[in-house]
Design a protein around this ligand. Structure first.
Ligand code: CO
Length: 462
């Protein structure tokens, strides 16, 4: 009998990097292992998107596009994958359709095969443009269901979203459990339902934060999931993902075919061991992210969000208010119509909860992001926003009718004009549109370095 194939996506370069070491891994830490990774037999490697773009410009002095092209030049057989926040591309607010299209097109042109497209509100309208352009550019469009729990996030609602994404032309679906709160049973039931109702492959993405993920992924596979995400063992566990080698070992014994070669995995792991050790030694990796934390199951908020709340309160010396904030957070989320707690909604809900507690009055101060959310600038909330919050946020102003994105002016022409000869390519302009300050600083520095290089070469010649 032919073995059932399970596709493995290795996430060490993107999500594990982001979850454990705040996306600070420079290219020099992985450039020598890419060709080996290409031989491991992974279905795909998640290498780009998410916070990598921002981090390259902001902290690593790397051109994110150049990083992608470099990876592509070394990884010739394995599919390259990225994570895209739909209409937010890689930033934190909505961009014009033109920008989303240009970004998606350039991502594929520079080497991306699979784009996992998600929206923090699970609003298909926020994923539509990116999906459409990905299809046009010849990429694999993976539609995403952000998994969360609330009275309005029922199995039926997830299956309906899955069907919708399939009808929009997606090549596959991913259930994205960014907080690691999806239980083995919930996952088994959901994958079973989706496999029954959809023709396209179903992938599952979870984090080991709460300790559930290894069980959840196994149940996903038993229910017929076509693939899952894992991280090479040295960068697995805690806020990261289940270890690649452990899952491959278990699945092969159970008669599944992962295509992954454990001997090659060992070489990859040996390569990343000293990298991990260095981050641990220099403080870039906080050992506390490596332990299992069940807070997310108790509070129903992601681990990353909890640490953000703690640091916000610590900064103003009000950590004694943590319990009050943890009580307030689900109330704010309810008022906002139960958005899934993923970027940028987790920051908006968390900051509002902190503000409500610290000012001693609910919605006395409302952030400009929450106001924009109430106006409809982030799309449709899963459930209606509470009337009280709407009134406090907008006063007499009416929320936007129709699609907000249709009203956004294309950012490209103005950005190109502003940058002038600082921008050497369309990619440079897109970097600036996504992260203006960071990109401008990066581009200026690049120009200076080039000028230095030229004078240095002239001196050498003399
Ligand atoms: Co993730």
């Amino acid at each position: 009998m032919k073995k059932k194939k399970v596709n493995i996506t290795e996430v060490v370069l993107r999500d594990a990097n982001q979850s454990q070491i705040a996306t600070r891994m420079p290219r020099s830490d992985f450039e020598d292992i890419l060709e080996t990774m290409d031989q491991a037999g992974y279905y795909s490697m998640e290498v780009w998107g998410g916070a990598t773009f921002d981090s390259c410009l902001r902290y690593l002095d790397e051109d994110p596009w150049d990083r992608l092209r470099f990876i592509r030049s070394k990884v010739k057989n394995t599919k390259l994958q990225m994570l895209l926040r739909g209409q937010n591309i890689l930033g934190y607010h909505h961009y014009s359709d033109e920008t989303v299209r240009a970004f998606v097109r350039k991502s594929v042109e520079n080497g991306i095969d699979i784009i996992r497209i998600f929206d923090a509100l699970n609003d298909p309208a926020n994923m539509a443009t990116a999906i459409d352009e990905c299809l046009k550019a010849g990429g694999h469009a993976q539609g995403t269901i952000c998994y969360t729990t609330s009275p309005v996030h029922t199995f039926e609602s997830y299956v309906a979203l899955g069907k919708k994404l399939e009808s929009m032309g997606c090549h596959s679906i991913c259930i994205k459990d960014m907080a690691g709160i999806m239980s083995p049973k919930a996952c088994y039931d959901l994958v079973t339902e989706l496999k029954k109702d959809l023709k396209i492959p179903v992938y599952v993405h979870s984090h080991t934060t709460t300790g559930l993920a290894p069980m959840t992924l196994l149940k996903a596979i038993e229910a017929g999931a076509d693939g899952v995400d894992t991280a090479i063992s040295i960068f697995s566990g805690g806020t990261s993902h289940m270890s690649t080698e452990s899952l491959v070992y278990a699945l092969e014994e159970m008669g599944y075919d992962t295509g992954v070669n454990l001997k090659v995995c060992q070489k990859i792991n040996d390569h990343f061991k000293p990298v991990q050790a260095r981050f641990l030694k220099e403080g870039g990796l906080n050992p506390s992210v490596l332990t299992t934390k069940i807070d997310a199951l108790n509070y129903q908020i992601p681990g990353g969000m909890l640490s953000n709340l703690i640091s916000q309160l610590t900064a103003v010396d009000k950590l004694d208010q943590l319990d009050a904030v943890l009580e307030e957070t689900p109330k704010v989320r309810k008022d906002m119509g139960y958005p899934p707690l993923v970027t940028p909604m987790s920051q908006m809900v968390g900051t509002q909860a902190v503000t409500n507690v610290l000012t001693g009055e609910r919605y006395k101060l409302i952030s400009k992001e929450v106001k924009a959310y109430c106006r409809g600038e982030y799309g449709h909330s899963p459930a209606p926003i509470s009337e009280d919050l709407m009134k406090k946020a907008l006063g007499d102003e009416k929320p936007i009718e129709g699609r907000y994105d249709d009203t956004i002016e294309p950012e490209f022409p103005a950005a190109k004009k502003y940058l002038g000869d600082l921008a050497e390519s369309e990619e440079d302009v897109l970097s600036y549109i996504a992260f203006p300050q960071q990109a401008e600083a990066f581009l200026k520095e690049r120009r200076e370095k080039k000028a230095l290089k030229v004078s240095y070469t002239i001196q050498e010649a003399e």
